[in-house]
Design a binder for this molecule. Structure first.
Ligand SMILES: *Cc1c(COP(=O)(O)O)cnc(C)c1O
Length: 394
Protein backbone atom coordinates (compact mmCIF):
# COMPACT_ATOMS: atom_id res chain seq x y z
CA UNK A 1 0.00 0.00 0.00
CA UNK A 2 1.29 3.41 -0.90
CA UNK A 3 -1.49 5.58 0.49
CA UNK A 4 0.89 7.56 2.72
CA UNK A 5 3.14 8.35 -0.23
CA UNK A 6 0.21 9.77 -2.12
CA UNK A 7 -0.08 12.67 0.33
CA UNK A 8 -3.80 12.16 0.44
CA UNK A 9 -5.85 14.52 2.52
CA UNK A 10 -7.92 13.35 5.43
CA UNK A 11 -11.23 12.94 3.57
CA UNK A 12 -9.45 10.73 1.03
CA UNK A 13 -7.64 8.68 3.69
CA UNK A 14 -10.98 8.09 5.42
CA UNK A 15 -12.43 6.35 2.37
CA UNK A 16 -9.34 4.87 0.70
CA UNK A 17 -6.49 4.26 3.16
CA UNK A 18 -5.73 0.66 4.04
CA UNK A 19 -7.65 -1.06 1.25
CA UNK A 20 -6.21 -4.51 0.49
CA UNK A 21 -8.23 -6.20 -2.26
CA UNK A 22 -8.57 -9.95 -2.56
CA UNK A 23 -8.10 -11.91 -5.79
CA UNK A 24 -11.73 -11.03 -6.74
CA UNK A 25 -11.09 -7.29 -6.99
CA UNK A 26 -14.08 -6.30 -4.84
CA UNK A 27 -14.66 -2.53 -4.69
CA UNK A 28 -16.16 -2.47 -1.19
CA UNK A 29 -13.80 -3.79 1.48
CA UNK A 30 -14.33 -7.52 2.04
CA UNK A 31 -15.51 -8.98 5.31
CA UNK A 32 -13.29 -11.97 6.08
CA UNK A 33 -15.66 -13.64 8.49
CA UNK A 34 -13.39 -16.56 9.31
CA UNK A 35 -11.78 -17.68 12.53
CA UNK A 36 -8.85 -19.45 10.86
CA UNK A 37 -6.92 -19.70 7.58
CA UNK A 38 -5.96 -22.72 5.47
CA UNK A 39 -2.40 -23.63 4.52
CA UNK A 40 -1.26 -25.30 1.28
CA UNK A 41 0.68 -27.97 3.15
CA UNK A 42 2.18 -28.88 6.50
CA UNK A 43 5.42 -27.05 5.78
CA UNK A 44 3.57 -23.81 5.04
CA UNK A 45 1.56 -24.23 8.25
CA UNK A 46 4.79 -24.55 10.20
CA UNK A 47 6.31 -21.51 8.50
CA UNK A 48 3.27 -19.30 9.08
CA UNK A 49 3.00 -20.33 12.71
CA UNK A 50 6.66 -19.56 13.31
CA UNK A 51 6.37 -16.25 11.45
CA UNK A 52 8.94 -17.29 8.83
CA UNK A 53 6.32 -16.95 6.09
CA UNK A 54 3.87 -14.01 6.01
CA UNK A 55 0.13 -14.65 6.12
CA UNK A 56 -2.77 -15.07 8.47
CA UNK A 57 -3.17 -18.01 10.81
CA UNK A 58 -6.02 -17.38 13.21
CA UNK A 59 -8.24 -14.33 13.72
CA UNK A 60 -7.24 -13.87 17.34
CA UNK A 61 -3.79 -13.04 15.88
CA UNK A 62 -4.56 -11.22 12.64
CA UNK A 63 -7.36 -10.92 10.07
CA UNK A 64 -7.38 -9.04 6.73
CA UNK A 65 -10.52 -7.00 7.54
CA UNK A 66 -9.15 -6.03 10.95
CA UNK A 67 -5.87 -5.09 9.28
CA UNK A 68 -7.66 -2.74 6.86
CA UNK A 69 -9.37 -0.98 9.78
CA UNK A 70 -6.04 -0.65 11.60
CA UNK A 71 -4.30 0.77 8.52
CA UNK A 72 -7.07 3.30 7.86
CA UNK A 73 -7.19 4.51 11.47
CA UNK A 74 -3.38 4.74 11.65
CA UNK A 75 -3.39 6.86 8.49
CA UNK A 76 -5.99 9.22 9.98
CA UNK A 77 -4.12 9.57 13.30
CA UNK A 78 -0.82 10.05 11.47
CA UNK A 79 0.48 7.01 13.39
CA UNK A 80 3.12 4.54 12.30
CA UNK A 81 0.73 1.74 13.29
CA UNK A 82 -2.56 0.94 14.98
CA UNK A 83 -3.73 -2.17 16.76
CA UNK A 84 -7.45 -2.93 17.03
CA UNK A 85 -9.11 -4.28 20.15
CA UNK A 86 -12.51 -5.69 21.14
CA UNK A 87 -13.54 -2.45 22.88
CA UNK A 88 -12.15 0.83 24.13
CA UNK A 89 -11.56 -0.71 27.55
CA UNK A 90 -9.70 -3.62 25.94
CA UNK A 91 -7.41 -1.02 24.30
CA UNK A 92 -6.62 0.56 27.66
CA UNK A 93 -6.18 -2.81 29.40
CA UNK A 94 -3.91 -4.12 26.63
CA UNK A 95 -1.79 -0.96 26.77
CA UNK A 96 -1.30 -1.34 30.52
CA UNK A 97 -0.64 -5.09 30.37
CA UNK A 98 1.81 -4.81 27.49
CA UNK A 99 3.83 -1.81 28.66
CA UNK A 100 3.77 -1.98 32.49
CA UNK A 101 4.96 -4.35 35.13
CA UNK A 102 4.61 -4.82 38.86
CA UNK A 103 5.95 -1.76 40.66
CA UNK A 104 5.19 0.69 37.85
CA UNK A 105 3.18 3.84 38.41
CA UNK A 106 0.62 5.81 36.36
CA UNK A 107 -0.27 9.48 36.69
CA UNK A 108 -3.82 9.95 35.41
CA UNK A 109 -6.34 12.75 35.28
CA UNK A 110 -9.15 12.22 37.80
CA UNK A 111 -11.79 13.07 35.20
CA UNK A 112 -11.59 9.76 33.34
CA UNK A 113 -14.17 7.44 31.84
CA UNK A 114 -15.64 5.49 34.78
CA UNK A 115 -14.36 2.06 33.73
CA UNK A 116 -10.85 3.46 33.14
CA UNK A 117 -10.93 4.87 36.67
CA UNK A 118 -11.97 1.44 38.00
CA UNK A 119 -9.28 -0.34 36.00
CA UNK A 120 -6.52 1.99 37.23
CA UNK A 121 -7.88 2.49 40.75
CA UNK A 122 -9.16 -0.97 41.69
CA UNK A 123 -7.88 -3.67 39.31
CA UNK A 124 -4.30 -2.80 38.35
CA UNK A 125 -3.24 -2.26 42.01
CA UNK A 126 -3.86 -6.00 42.56
CA UNK A 127 -1.00 -6.58 40.12
CA UNK A 128 1.30 -4.02 41.70
CA UNK A 129 0.60 -1.17 39.25
CA UNK A 130 -0.58 1.93 41.08
CA UNK A 131 -2.11 5.20 39.90
CA UNK A 132 -2.08 8.71 41.29
CA UNK A 133 -5.18 10.62 40.14
CA UNK A 134 -4.72 14.33 39.56
CA UNK A 135 -7.68 16.73 39.89
CA UNK A 136 -7.97 19.55 37.40
CA UNK A 137 -5.71 20.40 34.52
CA UNK A 138 -2.81 22.22 36.23
CA UNK A 139 0.54 21.02 34.91
CA UNK A 140 2.15 21.49 38.34
CA UNK A 141 -0.28 19.00 39.86
CA UNK A 142 0.76 16.40 37.27
CA UNK A 143 4.43 17.22 37.90
CA UNK A 144 3.99 16.82 41.65
CA UNK A 145 2.42 13.36 41.19
CA UNK A 146 5.36 11.94 39.25
CA UNK A 147 7.56 9.34 40.97
CA UNK A 148 10.72 7.57 39.81
CA UNK A 149 8.51 4.57 38.90
CA UNK A 150 6.09 6.61 36.72
CA UNK A 151 5.80 5.01 33.28
CA UNK A 152 2.58 6.50 31.90
CA UNK A 153 0.70 9.78 32.01
CA UNK A 154 -2.89 9.16 30.94
CA UNK A 155 -5.53 11.77 30.06
CA UNK A 156 -8.77 12.22 28.13
CA UNK A 157 -9.13 15.58 26.47
CA UNK A 158 -11.76 17.00 26.34
CA UNK A 159 -12.89 15.14 29.45
CA UNK A 160 -16.31 13.73 30.18
CA UNK A 161 -18.71 15.40 30.99
CA UNK A 162 -17.22 18.83 31.83
CA UNK A 163 -14.98 19.08 28.74
CA UNK A 164 -11.80 19.93 30.65
CA UNK A 165 -8.92 20.45 28.25
CA UNK A 166 -5.44 19.03 28.95
CA UNK A 167 -2.44 20.63 27.26
CA UNK A 168 -1.13 17.67 25.23
CA UNK A 169 2.18 19.30 24.19
CA UNK A 170 3.03 20.36 27.75
CA UNK A 171 2.10 16.95 29.22
CA UNK A 172 4.20 15.20 26.56
CA UNK A 173 7.23 17.29 27.54
CA UNK A 174 6.64 16.48 31.19
CA UNK A 175 6.31 12.75 30.45
CA UNK A 176 9.38 12.60 28.23
CA UNK A 177 11.52 14.49 30.75
CA UNK A 178 11.07 11.55 33.17
CA UNK A 179 11.16 8.76 30.59
CA UNK A 180 7.40 8.14 30.70
CA UNK A 181 4.90 7.87 27.84
CA UNK A 182 1.93 10.18 27.33
CA UNK A 183 -1.26 8.28 26.47
CA UNK A 184 -4.25 10.30 25.24
CA UNK A 185 -7.77 8.90 24.99
CA UNK A 186 -8.91 10.76 21.84
CA UNK A 187 -12.48 9.49 21.97
CA UNK A 188 -14.23 12.88 22.11
CA UNK A 189 -12.34 14.58 19.27
CA UNK A 190 -11.36 11.73 16.93
CA UNK A 191 -8.33 12.31 14.66
CA UNK A 192 -10.40 14.68 12.56
CA UNK A 193 -10.55 17.34 15.29
CA UNK A 194 -7.35 16.56 17.20
CA UNK A 195 -4.13 14.70 16.45
CA UNK A 196 -2.43 13.97 19.80
CA UNK A 197 0.58 12.23 18.21
CA UNK A 198 1.44 15.35 16.21
CA UNK A 199 1.22 17.35 19.47
CA UNK A 200 3.75 15.04 21.16
CA UNK A 201 1.70 12.18 22.66
CA UNK A 202 3.12 8.66 22.35
CA UNK A 203 -0.07 6.63 22.15
CA UNK A 204 -3.66 7.40 21.24
CA UNK A 205 -6.52 5.30 22.63
CA UNK A 206 -9.89 4.99 20.93
CA UNK A 207 -13.21 3.66 21.97
CA UNK A 208 -14.24 2.97 18.36
CA UNK A 209 -17.68 2.27 19.82
CA UNK A 210 -18.28 6.03 19.83
CA UNK A 211 -17.60 8.37 16.89
CA UNK A 212 -15.56 5.95 14.76
CA UNK A 213 -18.61 3.73 14.35
CA UNK A 214 -20.86 6.75 14.74
CA UNK A 215 -24.10 4.86 14.46
CA UNK A 216 -24.19 2.95 17.73
CA UNK A 217 -23.83 -0.54 16.22
CA UNK A 218 -20.68 -2.23 17.49
CA UNK A 219 -18.06 -2.25 20.23
CA UNK A 220 -14.45 -1.77 19.26
CA UNK A 221 -11.24 -0.04 20.22
CA UNK A 222 -7.72 0.73 19.08
CA UNK A 223 -4.31 1.96 20.15
CA UNK A 224 -2.29 4.08 17.69
CA UNK A 225 1.37 5.05 17.86
CA UNK A 226 4.90 3.91 17.11
CA UNK A 227 5.19 0.31 15.93
CA UNK A 228 7.59 -0.54 18.79
CA UNK A 229 4.66 -0.02 21.21
CA UNK A 230 1.80 -1.34 19.09
CA UNK A 231 3.74 -4.56 18.45
CA UNK A 232 4.05 -5.14 22.19
CA UNK A 233 0.32 -4.48 22.59
CA UNK A 234 -0.46 -6.85 19.73
CA UNK A 235 1.62 -9.59 21.39
CA UNK A 236 -0.52 -9.26 24.50
CA UNK A 237 -3.77 -9.28 22.47
CA UNK A 238 -2.98 -12.32 20.36
CA UNK A 239 -2.22 -14.28 23.51
CA UNK A 240 -4.78 -12.90 25.95
CA UNK A 241 -7.67 -12.61 23.47
CA UNK A 242 -9.48 -9.23 23.47
CA UNK A 243 -8.97 -8.87 19.70
CA UNK A 244 -11.46 -7.06 17.46
CA UNK A 245 -13.92 -9.31 15.62
CA UNK A 246 -13.70 -9.14 11.80
CA UNK A 247 -17.39 -8.22 11.58
CA UNK A 248 -16.97 -5.27 13.94
CA UNK A 249 -13.82 -4.22 12.06
CA UNK A 250 -15.80 -4.18 8.83
CA UNK A 251 -18.56 -2.02 10.37
CA UNK A 252 -15.90 0.35 11.74
CA UNK A 253 -14.10 0.52 8.41
CA UNK A 254 -17.36 1.74 6.88
CA UNK A 255 -17.83 4.10 9.83
CA UNK A 256 -14.45 5.74 9.20
CA UNK A 257 -15.51 6.59 5.62
CA UNK A 258 -18.03 9.15 6.87
CA UNK A 259 -16.16 10.23 10.02
CA UNK A 260 -14.81 13.57 8.67
CA UNK A 261 -18.22 14.62 7.41
CA UNK A 262 -20.08 13.45 10.52
CA UNK A 263 -17.83 14.86 13.23
CA UNK A 264 -17.56 18.28 11.58
CA UNK A 265 -21.32 18.51 11.17
CA UNK A 266 -21.92 17.28 14.73
CA UNK A 267 -19.40 19.79 16.11
CA UNK A 268 -21.07 22.60 14.16
CA UNK A 269 -24.45 21.52 15.57
CA UNK A 270 -22.95 21.43 19.08
CA UNK A 271 -21.52 24.94 18.80
CA UNK A 272 -24.84 26.33 17.61
CA UNK A 273 -26.72 24.48 20.37
CA UNK A 274 -24.26 25.66 23.05
CA UNK A 275 -24.71 29.26 21.86
CA UNK A 276 -28.49 28.92 22.02
CA UNK A 277 -28.47 27.36 25.50
CA UNK A 278 -26.02 29.82 27.06
CA UNK A 279 -27.97 32.57 28.82
CA UNK A 280 -31.23 30.58 29.08
CA UNK A 281 -32.82 31.63 32.41
CA UNK A 282 -33.11 28.04 33.65
CA UNK A 283 -29.50 27.20 32.84
CA UNK A 284 -26.83 28.15 35.36
CA UNK A 285 -23.88 27.39 33.15
CA UNK A 286 -22.93 25.76 29.82
CA UNK A 287 -19.67 23.83 29.29
CA UNK A 288 -18.50 23.71 25.68
CA UNK A 289 -14.86 24.25 24.58
CA UNK A 290 -16.00 26.16 21.50
CA UNK A 291 -17.63 28.92 23.60
CA UNK A 292 -15.49 31.90 24.66
CA UNK A 293 -16.93 31.39 28.19
CA UNK A 294 -15.12 28.03 28.49
CA UNK A 295 -12.15 28.51 30.88
CA UNK A 296 -9.77 26.84 28.40
CA UNK A 297 -11.28 28.11 25.18
CA UNK A 298 -7.90 29.40 23.88
CA UNK A 299 -6.09 26.11 24.60
CA UNK A 300 -8.94 24.15 23.02
CA UNK A 301 -8.70 26.20 19.83
CA UNK A 302 -4.92 25.73 19.80
CA UNK A 303 -5.01 21.93 19.84
CA UNK A 304 -8.46 21.14 18.43
CA UNK A 305 -10.03 22.05 15.11
CA UNK A 306 -13.44 22.53 16.78
CA UNK A 307 -15.05 22.18 20.18
CA UNK A 308 -16.32 18.65 19.62
CA UNK A 309 -19.90 17.44 19.89
CA UNK A 310 -20.44 17.14 23.67
CA UNK A 311 -22.31 19.98 25.38
CA UNK A 312 -22.99 19.91 29.12
CA UNK A 313 -25.05 22.32 31.17
CA UNK A 314 -26.15 22.79 34.76
CA UNK A 315 -29.92 23.20 35.09
CA UNK A 316 -31.30 25.43 37.86
CA UNK A 317 -33.05 23.24 40.44
CA UNK A 318 -30.70 20.28 40.83
CA UNK A 319 -31.51 16.65 40.16
CA UNK A 320 -35.28 17.07 40.23
CA UNK A 321 -35.14 19.70 37.50
CA UNK A 322 -32.61 17.73 35.45
CA UNK A 323 -34.73 14.57 35.57
CA UNK A 324 -37.90 16.49 34.68
CA UNK A 325 -36.09 18.13 31.79
CA UNK A 326 -34.81 14.78 30.48
CA UNK A 327 -38.22 13.14 30.79
CA UNK A 328 -39.95 15.98 28.93
CA UNK A 329 -37.73 15.62 25.85
CA UNK A 330 -39.51 13.58 23.20
CA UNK A 331 -36.83 13.19 20.56
CA UNK A 332 -33.48 12.97 22.35
CA UNK A 333 -32.50 9.42 23.34
CA UNK A 334 -31.99 8.83 27.06
CA UNK A 335 -28.83 6.74 26.95
CA UNK A 336 -25.33 6.91 28.35
CA UNK A 337 -23.76 6.26 24.94
CA UNK A 338 -22.23 9.06 22.90
CA UNK A 339 -20.84 9.55 19.43
CA UNK A 340 -24.03 8.49 17.69
CA UNK A 341 -25.68 10.44 14.86
CA UNK A 342 -28.77 10.40 17.10
CA UNK A 343 -28.51 12.99 19.88
CA UNK A 344 -28.37 11.48 23.37
CA UNK A 345 -29.11 13.01 26.77
CA UNK A 346 -27.68 11.84 30.10
CA UNK A 347 -27.80 12.82 33.78
CA UNK A 348 -24.16 12.04 34.76
CA UNK A 349 -24.66 12.30 38.55
CA UNK A 350 -27.11 9.36 38.60
CA UNK A 351 -25.69 7.28 35.70
CA UNK A 352 -22.10 7.47 34.40
CA UNK A 353 -20.84 9.03 37.65
CA UNK A 354 -23.41 7.41 39.98
CA UNK A 355 -20.83 5.22 41.69
CA UNK A 356 -18.95 8.21 43.05
CA UNK A 357 -19.84 9.48 46.52
CA UNK A 358 -21.57 12.90 46.64
CA UNK A 359 -18.28 14.36 47.91
CA UNK A 360 -16.31 12.85 45.04
CA UNK A 361 -18.86 14.19 42.55
CA UNK A 362 -18.66 17.60 44.14
CA UNK A 363 -14.84 17.51 43.92
CA UNK A 364 -15.11 16.52 40.26
CA UNK A 365 -17.54 19.38 39.62
CA UNK A 366 -20.39 17.06 38.60
CA UNK A 367 -23.45 18.90 39.90
CA UNK A 368 -26.85 17.31 40.57
CA UNK A 369 -28.38 19.51 37.88
CA UNK A 370 -25.76 18.63 35.26
CA UNK A 371 -27.09 17.34 31.91
CA UNK A 372 -24.84 16.04 29.12
CA UNK A 373 -25.87 16.22 25.49
CA UNK A 374 -23.96 14.22 22.86
CA UNK A 375 -25.05 16.17 19.82
CA UNK A 376 -25.96 14.19 16.73
CA UNK A 377 -26.82 14.95 13.13
CA UNK A 378 -30.48 15.96 13.45
CA UNK A 379 -31.30 19.56 12.52
CA UNK A 380 -30.05 21.75 15.37
CA UNK A 381 -33.44 23.52 15.40
CA UNK A 382 -35.13 20.22 16.28
CA UNK A 383 -32.58 19.35 18.98
CA UNK A 384 -32.97 22.85 20.46
CA UNK A 385 -36.78 22.71 20.34
CA UNK A 386 -36.79 19.37 22.17
CA UNK A 387 -34.52 20.78 24.88
CA UNK A 388 -36.67 23.92 25.20
CA UNK A 389 -39.62 21.62 25.85
CA UNK A 390 -37.52 20.02 28.58
CA UNK A 391 -36.46 23.37 30.01
CA UNK A 392 -40.08 24.52 30.09
CA UNK A 393 -40.93 21.50 32.22
CA UNK A 394 -38.20 21.95 34.82
C1 LIG B 1 -16.72 4.68 26.07
C2 LIG B 1 -15.39 5.16 26.43
C3 LIG B 1 -14.36 4.26 26.74
C4 LIG B 1 -14.57 2.76 26.78
O1 LIG B 1 -14.89 2.25 25.53
P1 LIG B 1 -15.75 0.90 25.32
O2 LIG B 1 -15.73 0.73 23.83
O3 LIG B 1 -17.09 1.13 25.91
O4 LIG B 1 -15.02 -0.19 26.03
C5 LIG B 1 -13.11 4.78 27.03
N1 LIG B 1 -12.89 6.11 27.04
C6 LIG B 1 -13.87 7.00 26.76
C7 LIG B 1 -13.56 8.46 26.78
C8 LIG B 1 -15.14 6.57 26.46
O5 LIG B 1 -16.10 7.46 26.19
Amino acid sequence: MSEREENWREETLAVRAGIARSQFGEHSEALFLTSSFVFANAAEAAQRFSGEAPGDVYSRFTNPTVRMFEARLAALEGAEAAVATASGMAAILATAMALLQCGDHIVAARSLFGATQQLFGAILPRFGVTTTFVSGTQLDAFRAAIRPSTRLIFVETPSNPLTEIHDIGALAELAHAVGALLVVDNCFCTPILQKPLALGADLVIHSATKYLDGQGRVLGGAVCGARRWTEEIHKFLRTAGPSLSPFNAWVLLKGLETLPVRIRAQAANALELARRLEGHPKIRRVWYPGLPSHPQHALALRQQLAGGAIVSFEAEGGKKAAWRLIDACRMLSITANLGDVKTTITHPASTTHGRLTPEEREAAGIGEGLVRIAVGLEAVEDIHRDLLRGLDAC
